[in-house]
Design a protein. Structure first.
Length: 271
């Protein structure tokens, strides 16, 4: 009876031992100081190339190694293995690049929010400066600035939408554009007048006297009577040409009065 009991105990003990499994954890290079956990149970701190073996029951196990870099960053190794009594399981701990801790994630969110706030403030500052510049330039008659200002009041870009100001600056733009076009036309007409003077050849005589040493000047002085006759003969044509140019200049001046004051008597007569 006793012999049978001993054999039964030996058989049970052998069966229990054979059910155990072995997990070997091998710390690799650059793992010094990493804390190793087996199913969230702390086991040891790694040293480079350290090896540790653990006897466990058969089943699934999670191995984690955590190395703190600083308050915001850590390196985490994680592996899942199936422990079996048929053969030992080996896990090589190789730490990856650092990732954010929960605190690090929180700090990153705060930094991103602060960066976004600063960016928004800077954008508002630049927009306010641009609006101020457009208003100042518009008041000085800058046509491009007026166009930008009209668009701003239409869309609410940096200012409140304001149809009345859109209308006001549109009128200003049209008036200034007409005046600018008028000045360009006047300048061109005045050049035409300069190109068609009375007594063209006679007007060159004083310059010829000053440069009497040149052969061309001597020829002009000698031929002055003939050139004067040419001037006299061409004067009716010159007069007609200049009169036409002056009429166009006067017409532009009348239009300028009408544009400046549509209700004036001159404007009403010109309509």
């Amino acid at each position: 009876m006793k012999k049978s009991l001993v054999l039964l105990l030996l058989a049970f003990s052998s069966s229990a031992f054979s059910a155990d499994a072995v997990i070997g954890i091998y710390c690799q290079e650059n793992t010094n100081g990493a804390k190793v956990y087996l199913n969230d149970s702390y086991k040891f701190d790694c040293e480079d190339f350290q090896r540790e073996a653990f006897l466990v029951d058969e089943g699934t196990y999670q191995i984690r190694a955590v190395l703190s870099v600083n308050k915001e960053k850590e390196k985490i190794f994680s592996a899942s293995i199936e422990a079996s009594s048929s053969r030992p399981q080996r896990v090589r701990v190789i730490l990856p690049a650092a990732s954010l801790t929960a605190y690090g994630v929180e700090m990153k969110v705060l930094r991103d929010q602060e960066a976004a706030r600063r960016l928004a403030l800077e954008k508002e500052r630049k927009l306010a400066a641009a609006v101020k510049s457009d208003i100042e330039k518009s008041e000085k008659g800058d046509l491009k600035a007026i166009q930008r200002l009209i668009s701003r009041y239409q869309t609410g870009d940096g200012v409140d939408q304001d149809p009345q100001k859109v209308s006001f600056w549109t009128d200003q733009y049209q008036a200034l554009k007409k005046e600018k076009d008028r000045q360009i036309k006047l300048a061109a007409l005045n050049k035409e007048l300069e190109a068609n003077p009375y007594f063209y050849w006679l007007g060159l005589f004083p310059r010829a006297i000053e440069n009497s040493n040149s052969s061309a000047s001597s020829t002009m002085v000698t031929g002055l009577p003939s050139l004067t006759v040419v001037d006299l003969l061409s004067s009716p044509s010159i007069y007609s040409t200049r009169r036409g140019i002056q009429n166009r200049i006067e017409d532009l001046e009348v239009h300028a009065v009408r544009w400046a004051n549509p209700d004036s008597m001159v404007a009403q007569v010109s309509q």
